[in-house]
Design a protein around this ligand. Sequence first.
Ligand code: NAD
Length: 429
Amino acid sequence: MATKGFNAFEMAQRQFDKVADLLELDQGTRDLLRDAQREYQFLIPVRMDDGHVQVFKGFRVQHNDARGPSKGGIRFHPQETVDTVRALAMWMTWKCAVVDIPLGGGKGGVICDPHHLSMREQEQICRGWIRQIARNIGELSDVPAPDVMTTPQHMIWMLDEYEAMHGHSHHPGLITGKPVGMGGSLGRTEATGYGVVYTLREALKTLGMSPDGTSASVQGFGNVAQYAIQLYTKIGGKVIAVSCWDQADQTSYTFRRASGIDFQELMGITDKFGSIDKTKAKGIGFELLPGDAWLEQEVDILIPAAIENQIRGDNAGKIAARVRVVAEGANGPTTPEADEILKQKTIFVIPDFLANAGGVTCSYFEQVQSNMNYYWERDEVLSKLDQKMTSAFHAVHDVSHRQKLIMRDAAYVVAINRVARACRDRGWV
Ligand code: NAD
């Protein structure tokens, strides 16, 4: 989605260029990797509940598939733009490469606001999206998944439409994030948030800190934030502040309670979009602060897990001296200007495409299970996930240590090297 004056794709390209220079990549490889291999933009006409036809704009971008089928979510958002989708597709390529799963990068979206759409209207958008893009996706070419404001229900409508178009044959590997029991994987719901905490746990180890007794402030209380908070609390941490969007007031608020949040209690007063009820929160002892206050808390760890462009040159200076780690649950929450400030503050950043790679890793597990038609137990999924995230963290940390790079640059070095090698091996460059 777009934030005023900010272009996520330009930022993704700037990040890429910096590492391409560092790796001394040849011009052909640069030209291939700093843009998307394929892009689709299309219109989805939907007959709305009141009888009129509304036309929605849809996107699918396949950034690079040298290492395997493109993989990436579909976002429903009123401010979605093709540049945001391009940036996210590129980040997916690096994300799959950094955790070393055999997939490329893709992303999709529809400009729409599910807050103002009935379930029937949303189903029509899902089916329309598939009808427009079906010939360009598939279990061997491009595998979509849920993302911001899309759910397992949306995925199963999409799968059903695809299968209906293909003679009702079954293609469970087409799409991931399906409901459990309908081709979904156990552990997928919690995978991204848990993955953030697996990497956070390893980061704390390298800093000689134990999670016990640490505190955190989190932006967002949706899928990623909720499970990150659940696991972080389980391993001994305390979350004292959470910020989220308030649909009625069209602004965000930070909810703070010095004694820490009780995950179940907060879940009980949160809607399906991850918005916390203000009145009920005050009733259980939360202070209500401005949306940006989550960033200024006296904590050890910050977890941005909402949207992009949240830690910037203009506000990174407000981060408390006590903060040691930023674990990026969201995609693109930190700008390059803010990265410089975090570096000066010697804050250890676990970059987005490493920290939040748990989702795509588990999606990959789901795809493997769907293609085999044999499903694993939750513990097996989560322990495989922990292994993948832990070894990805250490591969990046080793490069960061050896080449004296910040973790984001080190993660790019690992990922871009792997993708460039695949392009070379295929004879593309
Ligand atoms: P979600 O829709 O479930 O939750 C988003 C949360 O962010 C909600 O609590 C919402 O209130 C909050 N929010 C929105 N705007 C805000 C603002 N301006 N200030 C404060 N809070 C705000 O989304 P999600 O699935 O949790 O995804 C969050 C981020 O993580 C996104 O950047 C997404 O691309 C990224 N991500 C998600 C996954 C996944 O598996 N869900 C995987 C990788 C990355």
